[in-house]
Design a binder for this molecule. Sequence first.
Ligand code: GLU
Length: 479
Amino acid sequence: MVRTRFAPSPTGFMHLGNLRSALYTFLFARHNGGRFILRIEDTDLGRYVEGAVDVIYRTLKSVGMNWDEGPDVGGDFGPYVQSERKGLYLPYAKELIKKRKAYYCFCTEEELSGRREAAAARGETFKYDKHCLHLPEEEVQRRLDAGMPYVIRQNVPEHGEASFDDLIYGHIAVDCADLDDMILIKADGMPTYNFANVIDDHTMGITHVMRGNEYLSSTPKYNLLYDAFGWEKPTYIHMTPIMRDATHKLSKRDGDAYFEDYVGKGYLKEAIINYVALLGWNPGDEREFFTMDELIEAFSIEGMSKSPAIFDVNKLTWMNAEYIRRLSTEQFTEYAMPYYQQAGIGTEHADVLARILQPRTEVFTQIPDMVDFLAKLPDYDAELFTNKKSKTNSEVAGNVLDMAIPALKALPAWEEQAIHDTLLGLAEQNGLKNGTILWPVRIALAGKQVTPGGAIEIAVLLGREESLRRLNLGREKLQ
Ligand code: GLU
């Protein structure tokens, strides 16, 4: 059975790159009827950010990426938080020491930095020189008994090649001479990521390791550990990076790289997931819109791209607008409500608001700017009434308002159909184009030329009293 894991480090908010790693890992498991496991990699205490685990849970749950095993739901291979597994790693490291595939290292930070500087002075990159590998066994024991601080390092062969086949990147080979004897257990007793990922992936029965390509070059070292233990290796799928442009990765330093930032900016979660899914994967046909279930159905490793994807916020925004258009009026209103409130407009005609706003909303945060004229009439100039296309100038506009104001005032009920019939009736009775009537009315109601919705809808939204007040004000401006 396929078992995949998403193994984030709780170091901050959910970056879109992380979200995509989680998504592909989830989709691959689900597509194959396998299990999706969440593992929190918190061994680097220095980088731990309070609350980050909650962000991970919240994000995955909110988009429907539910895990089968993980810290909160448990499972047969727990605990699923690395710091809670602390006691598990040392015995494995000791087993490697017995096999001479790892060794205790007592070199202090000062000694190491001295050697590092000397190497730099020679123009070489520092690589641990296996100094402690050559300590006699009794000396090692003496130091351990004396309670000297130590780390445990991997004993990488000095010659030869370490290699593996990645499903995306193909054959990856590194020269062992270029590999450092990386630390497996730190002085504080915590495993490094480099060690913990191997032990955990093996003991959790992970069959497919899917992660960012930054681990590509370390994977041969991890495989040396699998070999040392005599364990079967997982299948590796390293993902190409998401780029900000042709040469820069979309980094955590880019302000715009976090999932929750986009949600806050008025993007729909479903649209973000859909867009992110297509950053580095395609279904092999022209389809662009996918629900989570459709992604599960369509996802395959073969569809994953071998070259980096460029994050295009315009494409995401376009997709978001498409998602918004497909919402029901009720759904649209629910999402828009906080923005209506922000703009301070009434919402008793939410259906009219949705009708005029839904087709032109790309992100919900645009709404306040589109409707603020409803809350407060902008200062505007009488020049606005002049429009060649509607054949209006200030004289025509004045005449139109002279007719429209009493006609509207006389309406027994302020209803859309009645307002419509009244205004279009005026056009017909006077042999005018509809636009010649509607333009000045809309200008007076809105105080601006470009508005979502027309004169009739705006009149409904403003209500009788405010509409008549604005129409009279417009009339005065034309005097
Ligand atoms: N904790 C690692 C990270 O957040 C995960 C790498 C992996 O999936 O093996 O980058």
